[in-house]
Design a protein around this ligand. Structure first.
Ligand code: PRP
Length: 207
């Protein structure tokens, strides 16, 4: 019997693409896998245990070793700075982080405000530009902030650009492109080296 691999995956949009990629790489995942509400799913055929979490929490599970592997967006990895290794760029869920706001507006000269789900990334970006900003941490619907006068700018994910467009916002700067990555706990990487390497090889072939 092969040793069990525990894999943390985000619920939501990355999940479907990641499941598809694992199937293409030759792993058997049962059909009910896709629309389950369970938070722990055991796949006996492959001796996998999946932990389904919020995107921002995937790297936390992996860092603490309760998951050997994880699939997480580069946005989350940049923000969370967890002690994990990044093994593979899965090239799924491509998008980018950008600065956006209302068209024709300038940032306030005194204490400009930036709303975001990514306070560390946003702070570092504006610091590098030599701008001191006040970061306002939100947990979602970031595009609301400039519309209701909460902030001058937002730092957020842009995928199709529809959310910005439909809310009358424009992009001012691109920060960095984002895709999902396969991450590993450093101890698991040593202890379960054979299984993990086999997965990296199988996934590499189909990316
Ligand atoms: C993300 C992101 C943007 C939107 C971008 O939000 O924060 O709001 O997707 O996608 P688009 O460019 O294709 O319109 P998400 O749906 O994850 O919800 P959130 O409001 O909870 O962040």
């Amino acid at each position: 019997m092969t040793e069990q691999l525990t894999i943390a995956m985000p619920k939501g949009r990355i999940f479907e693409e990641a499941a598809e990629l694992l199937r293409t790489a030759g792993y058997t995942l049962p059909p009910e896998f896709d629309d389950s509400r369970k938070l722990i799913i055991d796949v006996a055929e492959e001796n996998f245990r999946f932990i389904l979490s919020k995107p921002m929490d995937v790297a936390t599970y992996v860092e603490h070793g309760v998951a050997d592997l994880g699939i997480a967006g580069k946005d989350v990895l940049l923000e969370e700075e967890r002690d994990v290794y990044e093994l593979l760029d899965l090239k799924i869920s491509p998008c980018y982080l950008a600065v956006a706001g209302l068209p024709g507006t300038k940032m306030n000269d005194v204490a400009p405000k930036v709303a975001t789900k990514y306070p560390k990334v946003a702070e570092a970006f504006f610091r590098e530009q030599g701008e001191q900003v006040e970061i306002i941490k939100l947990n979602g619907s970031i595009e609301l902030a400039p519309l209701i006068g909460l902030s001058d700018r937002i730092v957020d994910i842009v995928s199709t650009g529809r959310t910005l467009k439909e809310n009358g916002l424009v992009e001012f700067e691109t920060i960095t492109p984002i895709t999902s990555r396969l991450i590993v706990n450093p101890v698991s990487y040593r202890m379960k080296d054979e299984r993990i390497s086999a997965m990296v090889n199988a996934l590499s072939k189909v990316i």
